[in-house]
Write a protein that binds this ligand. Structure first.
Ligand SMILES: [Zn+2]
Length: 358
């Protein structure tokens, strides 16, 4: 019999008369997915209240998890069971995630959905979650490849590292995805973006399926400590940059010196300099507010800014507790994570439904 623990709306009662006793069993009326329902499909994937009728062979070809499951003996049809044209597999995943997975396993265009356009956060997250769960390595690699172009390991002084169609709060999801697949190199910049969320960090990320996602308790604690460290570094770097030492090639030493002393003195509002992103527009804000230093001093300020930013960038991994920007170590961890997901996948995968008509 079929009992869905996470059943959603449209429910009705079905009476199962097996063993001579009448039992009320709650089942779900599901709708057919408009995009993935093939009349000659050989397997039905049921995700909450949506059914996808697709091809076993194609799924098995992409995923060793599905391949192993389909290789199991098929249960016989039981008397009184609801008839279904082919076996039904109940998935614990959301319909949105399953649809994303099927677009990759059964594409009608390119096999790399992330090569030529900017995907949404939701599609990238679905690809990584289900690619990881069902051991579809190319899917995970394509999605991570897109993220790595933005959450970079090379120094980039930016306000945020989020891709074009992502919102700031998606940084929470990026940290969790990086943890899931062992992609540590995404973490430094994703953590800076998390640190800039302030109160929204605790509120979490509302996903498309209505669930709210949070950082783990340890990563939340890491964000709090990193925020304090980065804000302190921000003030230190600003004050270091403004120290009243003019360029050796300064064209107006007295004027430039006065400007430096004014912006380095006791009247400086340190609260305004205190931000959890020390990499964003340090010198540009300073110059635009004053414009009272010569070209040589402006160039010197820019160089100081870059030098200090690069030094802190190198220290970022240790701030969040990873050894370095080591992509080789990253790849090894991801391979290991993919190889150890099968038992996790089976935990969230319902057995083949016994109610099917071969
Ligand atoms: Zn000057």
């Amino acid at each position: 019999m079929t009992v869905l623990q996470d059943a959603h709306p449209r429910k009705r009662q079905r009476h199962d008369k097996s063993n001579g006793a009448e039992q009320g069993v709650e089942i779900v009326e599901r709708i057919r997915d408009e995009e993935f329902w093939f009349e000659d499909g050989s397997i039905i994937l049921a995700a909450r209240d949506v059914e996808f009728r697709v091809y076993k062979g194609l799924l098995a070809n992409h995923s060793p998890v599905f391949k192993d499951m389909f290789s199991l003996p098929q249960p016989p049809t039981s008397e009184g069971a609801l008839e279904s044209p082919c076996p039904v597999v109940h998935l614990a995943d959301s319909p949105e995630d399953v649809r994303c997975l099927l677009r990759v396993c059964m594409p009608d265009t390119s096999t790399n959905l992330f090569a030529h356009k900017d995907p949404t956060y939701e599609s990238v997250a679905s690809a990584i979650r289900l690619g990881h769960k069902y051991q579809i390595a190319p899917l995970v690699e394509h999605a991570l490849g897109y993220l790595k172009k933005y959450y970079t390991t090379t120094w980039k002084p930016l306000k945020s590292w989020a891709p074009p169609r992502f919102r700031p709060v998606h940084a929470i999801g990026i940290v969790n995805l990086a943890r899931l697949v062992g992609c540590d190199t995404l973490l430094p910049t994703a953590f800076i973006d998390c640190c800039q969320l302030e109160g929204a960090l605790v509120g979490g990320l509302l996903n498309a399926d209505g669930t709210t996602e949070h950082l783990s308790a340890s990563d939340l604690a890491l964000c709090f400590s990193a925020s304090i460290y980065l804000a302190r570094e921000c003030v230190r770097m600003e004050m270091y940059m403004r120290r009243p030492v003019v360029s050796p090639f300064c064209r107006h030493p007295s004027q430039c010196t006065r400007t430096f002393e004014k912006k380095h003195g006791p009247d400086v509002d340190l609260a305004k300099l205190c931000r959890p992103n020390p990499f964003y527009s340090l010198h540009s804000g300073y110059l635009s507010n004053h414009g009272a230093v010569c070209v040589s001093c402006a160039s010197m300020l820019s160089q100081r800014d870059d030098d200090e930013g690069k030094k802190l960038w190198k220290r970022l991994p240790s701030v969040i507790g990873i050894p370095s920007y080591d992509t080789g170590r990253d790849n090894a961890k991801m391979r290991s994570a993919l190889q150890h997901t099968q038992s996790d996948a089976w935990d969230g995968l319902g057995a083949l439904d016994s109610h099917w008509a071969p």
